[in-house]
Design a protein around this ligand. Structure first.
Ligand code: FAD
Length: 614
């Protein structure tokens, strides 16, 4: 056993992907004695996920990495739209058509809506660039504790902790470390099977083969503002050539970008993976794009067995599963990496609080809060996957019809006639239904935890949810994400989210809410939990255009208590005759020490989970 590794840590993070690295960053900021182990010698070289939704960017802002991600990732001018092409080459009347565009990721016509809901914009950075960035920051904040080339091979847990056995891959030696808690962010490879987790849902149904390549596509592309271009190429014989073409930068993101990735859907079977050669990849890229002579260099081919599953439990004693270890689903909507980062955010402050004396029951709320969100996202992404297949009906091509019939339909579709315009309008309407995947503001920000036992609920009803997933109604109702509003401090704008400090609760009181400020001071002392307590229109902080007053759901005598992860723990609609007791109870509950409160109607089935996940 090597001697240079720590033998005892408070938290062991297993896995150095997006989830584990974010957890390591957040835990470092919270002052937790943590260590991360990753089996590979370096971060993943695969492009994988790339969209970073506004909630994730809020988390990255807290973690101090948002500006760098925005500066090094895709500029907003190239991240506004998703476009659909019938291919990039060919001379048939239906070839080389950019036949549909959808404003995406808060761009274009969505800008105003997103700007009202969050101070952040969407980011875009393929994982192969994001992970090194996160690792560099994690290394700097926790030197010597972000250990790559170290593979967890076994665990043994008892009442006080977990003993992890780790294989140092380049020497073949094993070593052990004792941790009070383990975050299983290993993508589901090791810890889930070790603790006996069952993944419930749809097992792998496609092999999404990613071909990362270098080519000059600029002569064939017609737009610069899409990061994803969907190729949907019809043929008169009723077959389709499809693939999602994703710009990979790395230094420019318009049509002149040097690197690209295309996803080819293959059937799931082992030999197929073994047999898939570089020659085949060349053929597939050229076939899908309809550019038989395209000059290209393949950088990497990777296979991803896409499934739709959620772990039956997230908490296994002192082991907490997170990210892909807890849920895996199709990429449509970009929720995999985002949910993984949001899991890390939910769990990090709770671990820090428990290590500082909060009740271990607080950790139970992690699964209660996050599992319904995962189930919702799995269902949502799987639904979105099938949507793509359904939308192609808008072309009017019938798989079993004679080729002449389909050819006539395709010619008519792109003809400059009234009939052509009618058909194209129909096509637009079919493809317009795909907007739920690219305009999912409510999916991104609207999930909430009002059913959680550590949230002090009030009797207000939740805002209605948009079945399309777009219309997000901000609410300061307990359990919901703190609504964003621009306040003003010393003449400078500050978002409500900018008031949050790592590991601290935040009390925002109304103008006449002095009693809540005093109560916060007492509750913080009694519970040994820091609270930043502020009153609007006092403390140099003003509600500059009244937006906060419209969102907060309490009067000038009321207040809200926000958790360190930006979710509301308690709301007082107005002044209270016993603010100290009410706030004290709410904080006690938020720290897992409260009187037992059943998770309200704790959701179990997929549909119930979806409702609760909001
Ligand atoms: C090939 C591939 C392509 C993908 N493409 C897309 C895409 O196009 N769009 C999209 O939205 N999503 C995509 N995904 C999914 C997305 O990448 C995941 O949702 C996201 O990476 C989840 O992050 P994570 O940190 O939870 O897990 P991961 O990124 O899987 O990270 C887990 C880490 O744990 C490490 N590990 C595993 N076992 C051990 C062990 N025993 N000891 C130590 N370390 C261990 C692994 O090496 C890995 O680095 C793809 C996934 C894969 C695998």
């Amino acid at each position: 056993m090597t001697q240079d590794k720590p033998t005892d840590v408070d938290v062991l993070v297993v896995g150095g992907g997006g989830c584990g690295l974010t957890a390591a960053l957040l835990l470092a900021d919270l002052g937790v004695d943590a260590m991360l182990i990753e089996r590979h010698p370096m971060t993943s070289p695969l492009p994988k996920a790339h969209i970073l939704n506004p909630r994730t960017m809020e988390i990255f802002r807290q973690a101090g990495v948002a500006d760098e991600i925005l500066a090094k990732g895709t500029p907003s001018a190239n991240l506004r739209t998703t476009s659909w092409y019938t291919g990039l080459g060919g001379d048939a009347p239906w070839d080389r058509k950019m036949f549909h565009r959808i404003d995406s990721w808060g761009g274009g016509a969505l800008q105003e809506q997103y700007a009202a809901a969050t101070a952040e914009t969407c980011g875009n950075m393929p994982q192969l660039h994001l992970e090194p960035l996160l690792k560099r920051h994690a290394d700097a904040r926790n030197p010597g504790r972000i250990l790559f080339g170290q593979e967890l091979s076994g665990i043994d847990q008892d009442e006080t902790g977990v003993t992890a056995t780790v294989l140092e891959r380049d020497t073949g030696r094993t070593w052990q470390v004792r941790a009070r808690y383990v975050i299983g962010a290993d993508g589901g490879r090791t810890l889930g099977p070790l603790v006996g987790a069952k993944m419930i849902g749809r097992p792998p149904f496609i092999d999404m083969t990613s071909i990362h390549f270098r080519a000059d596509l600029s002569p064939y592309l017609q737009d610069d503002d899409s990061v994803i271009r969907m190729i949907t190429r019809p043929s008169p014989d009723g077959s389709w050539n499809r693939g999602g073409l994703v710009c990979q930068g790395p230094d420019r993101w318009d049509r002149h970008a040097p690197e690209w990735r295309i996803g080819v859907i293959l059937p799931v079977h082992e030999e197929g993976v073994e047999d898939y050669s570089e020659d085949q990849a060349h053929r597939d890229v050229r076939r899908i794009l309809n550019l038989p002579e395209l000059e290209m260099d393949i950088l990497r081919i990777s296979h991803w067995m896409v499934e739709g599953v959620v772990a039956d439990r997230y908490g296994w004693g002192r082991v907490l599963l997170a990210g892909d270890a807890a849920h895996r689903h199709p990429p449509m909507g970009g929720l995999g990496l985002n949910s993984a980062i949001q899991d890390a955010h939910n769990i990090a402050w709770k671990l820090a609080a428990v290590l500082n004396g909060a009740a271990p029951a607080l950790l139970d709320s992690y699964e209660i809060e996050r599992r319904p969100v995962a189930q919702h996202n799995v269902d949502w992404s799987t639904f979105n996957f099938y949507n793509h297949l359904a939308a192609t009906a808008g072309f009017g091509v019938i798989p079993t019809a004679p080729p002449e019939h389909n050819e006539a339909a395709l010619r008519a579709l792109f003809s400059d006639t009234h009939d052509g315009r009618v058909r194209r309008r129909r096509l637009e309407e079919f493809y317009g239904t795909l907007r739920r995947e690219f305009q999912g503001l409510d999916v991104e920000l609207g999930f909430e935890y009002s059913h959680s036992p550590v949230v002090t609920g009030d009797d207000t009803p939740p805002p209605p949810r948009d079945p399309i997933g777009n219309a997000y109604i901000a609410s300061a109702r307990p359990g919901h994400r703190l609504p964003h509003a621009w306040l003003e401090r010393d003449g400078r704008p500050v978002t409500t989210h900018g008031l949050l400090k790592p590991g601290q609760f935040l009390l925002i009181a109304g103008q006449k809410g002095e009693a809540w400020l005093a109560a916060a001071k007492a509750a913080a002392t009694d519970n040994d939990a820091p609270i930043t307590a502020l009153a609007i229109n006092a403390d140099g902080l003003s509600d500059r255009d009244g937006a906060w007053a419209r969102l907060r759901g309490h009067d000038d005598g009321g207040a809200i208590l926000v958790r360190p992860d930006g979710h509301v723990a308690f709301r007082a609609p107005s002044a209270s005759i016993d603010a100290a007791r009410e706030l004290g109870d709410a904080l006690t509950r938020a720290l897992g020490r409260g009187p037992p409160r059943q998770a309200r109607g704790a959701p179990q089935s997929s549909n119930e989970l979806q409702d609760a996940g909001r």
